[in-house]
Design a protein around this ligand. Structure first.
Ligand SMILES: NC(=O)c1ccc[n+]([C@@H]2O[C@H](COP(=O)([O-])OP(=O)(O)OC[C@H]3O[C@@H](n4cnc5c(N)ncnc54)[C@H](O)[C@@H]3O)[C@@H](O)[C@H]2O)c1
Length: 260
């Protein structure tokens, strides 16, 4: 079955991967980003911010699923410093985009009766378990966020749970592995076996997001993980992801790492 999908952050690293896979599978994709989205015709590539509520509302009309990726990421400065000199811009970046923008998006999903929303969380919400060797992590693992960016994703998971329960929207919060955005990040992963074990290739990311759309029913709220196949050790338990939406990774680091 072909679906009508709205992807926010569609011009970004994961957005491009999601759009490519969804278009390849024959779905009708509308992208919203601060810049035009590669791979979409101009009429389906909206240039807007998460604050442009009227644009978001019009774009969400009649969609089967929203894949919400637009956010301020954690690498305004990279490599990051140690807390509190981490480089996260809480007041001017994380709050307007990751908190207020997320709220705008979920309110539009609620009022437009969008049946399913996929929210981009991060493995950084359980980061401290990796440091202490308490692995593999799964959906029941106690929250142990890395720093302020990760705290906005803890909010994302909490508010997703509330919108699923109170408004009957199917919500998947995905703790994403690491899909590198540039050569610097590729080099960081190359230097760390642990990072290679949570690597997410663009190809697997695309297949994962297509599976979130194509899965028949995912009632309620779910936390799932998405990575490629580990090189060394299973750090993120993907069994719930496979059970719920049928996704299984194909790739292993470094397949796809240098893709544009
Ligand atoms: N890439 C990873 O390894 C990774 C890991 C964990 C979680 N995530 C999450 O996945 C999502 C996508 O990450 P990415 O790596 O593709 O990031 P990215 O920075 O490459 O893409 C994000 C896109 O969102 C857009 N955007 C940002 N703020 C916006 C706003 N207010 N309105 C409209 N568009 C806006 C940007 O222009 C950008 O194109 C983010 O929510 C991120 O926190 C990514």
């Amino acid at each position: 079955m072909k679906h009508r999908i709205l992807v926010t952050g569609s011009a970004g690293r994961l957005g491009r991967a999601a759009v490519a896979a969804l278009v390849a599978n024959g779905h009708h994709v509308i992208g919203i980003d601060l810049r035009p989205t590669p791979g979409l015709p101009p009429g389906q590539s909206l240039v807007a911010t998460l604050a442009d509520v009227a644009v978001l509302r019009a774009a969400a009309k009649g969609v089967d699923c929203i894949i919400h990726l637009a956010a301020t990421p954690d690498d305004a400065r990279y490599p990051r410093g140690e807390a509190p000199d981490d480089g996260d811009n809480f007041l001017d970046g994380l709050v307007p985009n990751n908190i207020v923008g997320l709220y705008n998006l979920l309110e539009i999903a609620r009022t437009s009766k969008v049946p399913r929303v996929v929210l981009a969380s991060t493995g950084q919400v359980i980061d401290r378990h990796l440091d202490s060797g308490n692995v593999p992590v799964n959906a029941s693992t106690r929250i142990a966020p890395r720093y302020l960016y990760a705290c906005t994703k803890v909010f994302l998971e909490a508010v997703g749970q509330v919108y699923a329960r109170e408004h009957g929207i199917e919500i998947l919060a995905v703790r994403l592995g690491w899909c590198p955005r540039d050569a610097g990040q590729v080099a960081q992963i190359a230097a760390s076996v642990e990072d290679q074990d949570v690597y997410l290739s663009p190809g697997d990311a695309g297949r994962f997001f297509a599976a979130t759309v194509e899965a028949e029913k995912v009632p309620g709220f779910h936390v799932v993980y998405a990575t490629s196949k580990p090189v060394n050790k299973v750090l993120y338990d993907l069994r719930e992801t496979t059970h719920l939406i049928g996704f299984e990774p194909h790739d292993t680091w470094p397949t796809g790492a240098s893709e544009g």
